[in-house]
Design a protein around this ligand. Sequence first.
Ligand code: CTP
Length: 400
Amino acid sequence: MDKPKVVLGVSGGIAAYKACELLRRLTESGHDVRVVPTAAALNFVGEATWSALSGNPVATDVWESVHEVPHVRIGQAAELVVVAPATADLLAKAAHGLADDLLTNTLLTARCPVVFAPAMHTEMWEHPATRENVATLRRRGAVVIEPAVGRLTGVDTGKGRFPEPTEIFEICRRVLAGGARGTDLAGRHVVVSAGGTREPLDPVRYLGNRSSGKQGYALARTAAARGARVTLVAANTDPVDPAGVNVVRVGTAVELREAVLAAAADADAVVMAAAVADFRPAHYATGKIKKRDGVEPDPVALVRNPDILAELSAERARPGQVVVGFAAETDDVLANGRAKLARKGCDLLVVNEVGERKTFGSEENEAVVLGADGSETPVPHGPKDALADVVWDLVGARLG
Ligand code: CTP
């Protein structure tokens, strides 16, 4: 079988050295990779490295091997183009259709999915010019991965860091495997909540739950791979951010509500995968609650937390916004799910059965997705990414 043809475009940023790791992963997993570095990229990593790691000649400019018409051929033959790192300059050129070197020519001739993994200083990423260029590229269907937050080239830290090569690889693999799904969520903004809230009792104790956040992370990752701009509101989850999404970290239900409502203002869809505590302690002790000999502990008084899903459903921030809830049930799974769907007023409810060793912290899931239109979509036992893809299929169908 022919190996999938991937073009790795490298523009001139220090993160070019990390693209070597991405290249390795691509070739080792059976892809035929042509590296197209810009002239500036060659200042960071030389032609010999790209050639040795890809096992292919490296094309650097339009005037080499002119008889092969490389400025057209390479893009036309590609099944995926990934530009990593993508500098602010490269994004600007791509957004405006400039074609002054081999990589930008390739981007204009490619008809396959295109993934950009930007890396730059925070100021450059946040500049209105870059924001508009990124929005333009996304509107046209390109996947522009959100940069990570962390250490930048010098001593400074902030947003703009090159995402982990393993995460970029994962997105490339998914985009290539996407088939008909492709980048169907390009140009959309989706909000996903994940994890479990913690409601503090005192400075060292809280009421919490066993949600790991893995299903929410799978939803965020898959939506990013399908081209969406993703805001992930994460309550007490794994500290490693999934690549390509905006992560807002929260602790309590009240904080989660604030972050979700803010992000939902311009969102096409909101998926509430977080396990939100229905109650919180009525009183927060500012000092640690101490045990005293011979004195019975005070009962913990609880108050209701706001129901975020019901609120989102009742007051849609945008016409046509799709709202999705999750429900974990132990008995009468479908009947309870239907009743909950009606009570909450959402468009879709993903219902799964929970019990000892089921769902929490596991890598797999099994569910039924109920629709307000009466539909019922069973999702067999399988990876959380597969369930996430079904959720996005159903959301996409409702977005039209
Ligand atoms: N949810 C929410 N705000 C809350 C509680 C839950 O938005 N205060 C959301 C969850 O994110 C999830 C769905 O609602 O999408 C789960 O519904 P919930 O009422 O929490 O289910 P249960 O707690 O299982 O309800 P019940 O106790 O009635 O079974």
